[in-house]
Ligand binder design. Structure first.
Ligand code: NDP
Length: 326
């Protein structure tokens, strides 16, 4: 018997339930994967709470790393025993065994552990498209990235450093500031106590920045716009403090003819070819040591500890990535 997490109603962490089940055989285009490490992402909390609607009852989770146990009849390029990692919009990765569409699966290089992969795949692919595609960060460029000591944030700090760019990262505590700096942030701002726009102006000799990456949402939206140069780009890619709603477009005019985009990973990386080129770039940065993902023991949880994991993430008690180990 296998184990998975299910929700049959929306709500707080208490709606997460452990369920035993018999895994079905993979369909023609699917691969069955025995998950060894599962990535926990903030998006999972939106699905659980109902901010992102799912048909209930539903599984949860979008990424994991593990070993192929069976392949569907139409699958080529994978065989039982292969080490793999996947990220996909379809829910259900919070499970000891999972059938996944082959197109969403990548081979895992031997140098990368299951835990490293599950801690960095979805989050690293996100940093890839944000810094390399939504806006192409240049060497020496200074930019603002919110929640810099989170899962996505710590990878962004390291990626920015590898590009030779200056990432100004917002953080919620002095300890998190230190962690972001160690990872490669050029400067940090504690947005619980400091005025973000004022600090960005100081740090840039009043030039401000051409791009802001904002995953915090509601609480930072307006300050983020104030950090932008004339005709700058606001990349709003998450809702950790709640969604941005009711925007009067005139604000973009008032604050300097600004641009705004609201991107998502699966809008950027949809084809197998896109997945291959993005994951190759990510894996080579991990293999070279430019990006390190180490998950502290107290951020690794069993499936039956999933409620605790979601509470820690939502209460801003974590740094870097969190994992479920089935
Ligand atoms: P994180 O590990 O970054 O956790 C969220 C962090 O946000 C917290 O640790 C906290 O850091 C900060 N935060 C600020 N305000 C709040 C608040 N009111 N409540 C809770 N947290 C707050 O999560 P992930 O790395 O998994 O994801 C980061 C963000 O990126 C999320 O918003 C997620 O939705 C988004 N995302 C978007 C994708 C896309 O393609 N659009 C893909 C992947 C992620 P601190 O204490 O330092 O403030």
């Amino acid at each position: 018997m296998a184990q998975r997490i299910q929700i049959s109603r929306n709500g707080g962490p208490e709606v997460l339930e452990v369920q035993t089940f018999t895994p079905p055989d993979p369909a023609a285009g699917e691969i069955q994967i025995e998950n060894k490490a599962i990535g926990i992402n903030y998006i999972d909390t939106y699905v659980r709470s109902g901010l992102y609607p799912a048909t209930l009852p539903s599984g949860l989770g979008t990424e994991a790393a593990g070993v192929v146990s069976k392949v569907g009849s139409a699958v080529s390029g994978f065989k039982p025993g292969d080490r793999v990692v996947y990220a996909q919009a379809t829910l259900g990765a919070y499970s000891s065994v999972h059938n996944v569409i082959a197109e969403k699966v990548a081979h895992l290089p031997a140098a990368i552990s299951f835990e490293q992969a599950a801690a960095s795949f979805l989050k690293g692919l996100t940093v890839y498209y944000l810094l390399r595609q939504t806006y192409e960060i240049q060497p020496d460029e200074t930019f603002l990235f919110h929640a810099a000591s989170g899962g996505v944030g710590l990878i962004a700090c390291q990626w920015a450093k590898a590009l030779g760019a200056h990432l100004i990262g917002t953080v919620g505590s002095a300890e998190k500031a230190q962690r972001a700096k160690q990872a490669g942030a050029w400067a940090t701002i504690n947005y619980r106590h400091e005025n973000v726009a004022q600090r960005v102006a100081e740090l840039t000799d009043n030039k401000k920045v051409r791009v802001v990456y904002d995953s915090v949402g509601k609480e930072t939206w307006e300050a983020s716009l104030d950090c932008l140069q004339r005709r700058g780009l606001m990349v709003s890619f998450g809702n950790s403090s709640g969604p941005v709603t009711g925007v009067n477009l005139a604000i973009l005019n008032q604050k300097g003819s600004l641009y705004v985009t609201r991107p998502s990973l699966f809008g950027y990386i949809t084809t197998q070819q896109e997945l291959t080129s993005a994951s190759n770039e990510l894996f080579s940065l991990i293999a070279s040591g430019a990006i390190r993902v180490e998950v502290p023991e107290n951020q690794k949880f069993t499936l039956s500890e999933v409620q605790k994991a979601h509470s820690a993430l939502e209460n801003r008690q974590t740094q870097g990535s969190c994992l479920l180990i089935p």
